[in-house]
Design a protein around this ligand. Structure first.
Ligand code: SF4
Length: 307
């Protein structure tokens, strides 16, 4: 196994989610893309497939991108524009619809997305952006801007941890707020989100030299704009538990030695929406035969990222 991946290893919630779902998917996502020589076909194919997104994630990604484009403006002292955000959302969605195989896992796996689904996303995305700019944003524009939408990392011991925070602001009281926009429905249990949020709080403490009492995280659900954001603050014990969780799991991930350590976990629903089903010996039986041997477009130029 090419050991380069160890040198760029960083724990993240999405890495943990894939690890928990299927070890082989994890291998294809984080390790296979570095195997072999630069132009090896398998390596390039894993890189190409790894860039694709599940249809269910499209709306959230486009809404985040549209909001980010306007917070870019706010950060430099300009007004935000709901219309500008909607235009970007629709433009990006149109690009996906025009060339879906460049973007969507389902298209690669022989399960094309019908045009009505695009109409639903267009409508729902527009409503989410209405909620955001008409209701939610009013609570944030009075804060002081600190930072937004940025991949960043921090250390827990020897382990690098990746985070991507949507917005960081400061109140007059001096408290720092890390906010995460959520486009789905609020979960019944907060355990899942909580882990992600503890990572944000720790990141902000280390990044800005704050203690836990000076930072709080907010989960802001665009779908229920009338609700107050779910506020999460953390005790030192909870942060310590999170640190232990990350270091323990990172150690398990780094302890693997051979490709054969990455066992597949073939389940029809998961494999049909896995970016690597067309190349996975265990998952390809869940997708139509004609989808299984798709070549990489000859003009594709992609680069793996270090996450
Ligand atoms: S297709 Fe299924 S078994 Fe194969 S990597 Fe993906 S999730 Fe795992």
């Amino acid at each position: 196994m090419n050991e380069y991946w160890r040198t760029v290893f960083g724990w993240s919630k999405s890495r943990q989610d894939i690890w928990n779902t299927c070890k082989l998917q994890y291998y294809y996502t984080y390790i296979g893309k570095w195997e072999g020589w630069k132009d090896d076909l398998t390596r390039r194919k894993l890189q190409w497939l790894g860039k694709k997104t599940k249809w269910d994630f499209v709306k959230g990604q486009l809404a985040h991108e549209a909001i980010e484009s306007q917070i870019n403006q706010w950060a430099i002292g300009r007004d935000v524009s709901k219309e500008g955000a909607k235009n970007l959302f629709n433009l990006r969605l149109r690009k996906i619809q025009e060339s879906p195989r460049d973007f969507l896992i389902e298209e690669m796996n022989g399960d094309p997305i019908p045009s009505e689904k695009y109409d639903e996303v267009r409508k729902d995305g527009s409503e989410l952006l209405d909620s955001f700019f008409d209701i939610i944003w009013k609570n944030y524009e009075i804060h002081k801007y600190v930072k937004h939408e940025d991949f960043d990392s921090f250390q827990i011991g020897d382990v690098k941890v990746w985070v991507k925070v949507d917005l960081v602001t400061k109140l007059k009281t001096g408290e720092t707020i890390v906010t995460d926009w959520k486009t789905g429905n609020p979960p019944d249990r907060e355990t899942e989100d909580r882990q992600q949020v503890l990572g944000y709080i720790l990141w902000a403490m280390k990044k800005f030299g704050l203690d836990a009492a000076q930072v709080r995280a907010e989960l802001c659900y665009l779908r229920v704009p009338g609700d107050r954001p779910r506020i999460v603050s953390a005790t030192m014990n909870q942060l310590k538990e999170f640190e232990d969780y990350v270091t323990t799991n990172a150690k398990v991930m780094l302890d693997v030695k051979f490709e054969s350590d990455f066992l597949p976990n073939p389940l029809d629903k998961e494999c049909q929406r896995c970016a690597f089903a067309t190349v996975c010996p265990d998952g390809s039986s869940f997708i139509p035969k004609e989808a299984r041997d798709t070549p990489i477009p000859p003009n594709w130029i992609g680069r793996p990222t270090n996450d």
